[in-house]
Design a protein around this ligand. Structure first.
Ligand SMILES: NC(=O)c1ccc[n+]([C@@H]2O[C@H](COP(=O)([O-])OP(=O)(O)OC[C@H]3O[C@@H](n4cnc5c(N)ncnc54)[C@H](O)[C@@H]3O)[C@@H](O)[C@H]2O)c1
Length: 275
């Protein structure tokens, strides 16, 4: 039987690179995607034949679509796993005093790259993954979305990152049950602070050691979500060496419980066709 195939975005650094190394050690073949082509190619050359590096800016649908096609071809019509992992912090602050104007004095729009990379690209990636997962010899596959603790709580310095990461939690919860019917298992992970290049370099050494979540916890959750097909639509918070499966918020009354759990037949009829 051929080796299972994964696509990992943001694979040239941090979490994506650690997951890449962990999977190839377990016999996987990994298509590493990253916007940093130079670093990615150097690392891929060191990792050898088990990886294929593909320079990809995930915020370009065209580039991500080419990545998926290349991966499916490289895997000889096989794609088992997608780690939607690439992410960036806020590139402009919504609360910033600095503003830019065009020649007519009209305020320029806010830079929304964070939303494009951290949220929209993930949605498009899952759209692409579904297409190929349905064409696997045994249709189906697994997706792990890298949200963040900022997807559960607020990171006040980074409101756009917080918005995108909350959106990813909603995406996993909303898609999980319906995709599971066709053997595609989607979950989101919410790591606390893991020391990577995401944190400005000069601040890394100053982060309190007792609040660091090690990469081993990240690898542990990937192993669990890849091996256990009974888990889907879940949000897993990672803190220190622990995994916490976070359930939806409590319903305040019976009416909201009905809306959340028993109203599916109503909505299925209402949304037979997209509006
Ligand atoms: N490190 C943490 O503490 C932490 C905590 C919670 C969530 N996360 C999330 O984990 C994920 C991985 O981050 P990391 O901590 O490993 O950071 P990292 O900066 O080490 O790695 C991110 C990688 O994504 C790549 N990337 C950025 N924009 C891209 C784009 N448009 N297309 C393709 N690749 C792109 C970067 O080049 C980099 O290699 C991110 O989604 C991040 O938000 C990290």
């Amino acid at each position: 039987m051929s080796h299972p195939i994964a696509i990992i975005t943001g694979a040239a650094s941090g979490i994506g690179l650690a997951v890449t190394k962990s999977l190839i050690a377990k016999g996987w073949r990994v298509v590493m995607a990253d916007v940093d082509g130079k670093r990615g190619k150097e690392i891929a050359a060191e990792l050898g034949q088990k990886v294929l590096f593909y320079t990809t800016d995930v915020s370009s649908y065209e580039q991500q679509a080419k990545l998926f096609k290349a991966a499916f071809d490289w895997g000889e019509n096989r794609l088992d796993f997608f780690a939607a992992n690439a992410g960036i912090a806020d590139t402009e602050f919504l609360y910033d005093a600095k503003e830019h104007f065009d020649v007519n004095g009209v305020l320029q729009p806010l830079d929304l790259r964070t939303i494009n990379v951290d949220l929209i690209a993930v949605i498009q990636g899952i759209w692409l993954f579904k297409h190929y997962a349905r064409r696997n010899k045994i249709p189906g596959g697994k997706v792990v979305i890298t949200s963040s603790a900022a997807g559960l709580y607020a990171m006040e310095t980074n409101p756009l990152y917080t918005t995108a990461k909350h959106g990813l939690v909603g995406l996993a919860r909303g898609l999980g049950p319906i995709f599971a019917k066709e053997n595609i298992h989607v979950n989101a992970i919410c790591p606390a602070f893991v020391p990577t290049a995401l944190c400005p370099e000069e601040m890394l050494d100053r982060f309190p050691k007792e609040h660091i979540t090690p990469m081993s916890t990240v690898i542990k959750v990937y192993d669990k979500l890849i091996s256990d097909s009974s888990i889907y639509g879940q949000t897993v918070e990672l803190s220190l060496d622990q995994l916490y499966f976070r359930t939806k918020p409590d319903y305040p009354n019976e009416s909201q419980r009905w809306l959340g759990e028993d109203s599916a037949a109503f909505w299925e009829e209402a949304y037979k066709e997209p509006k």
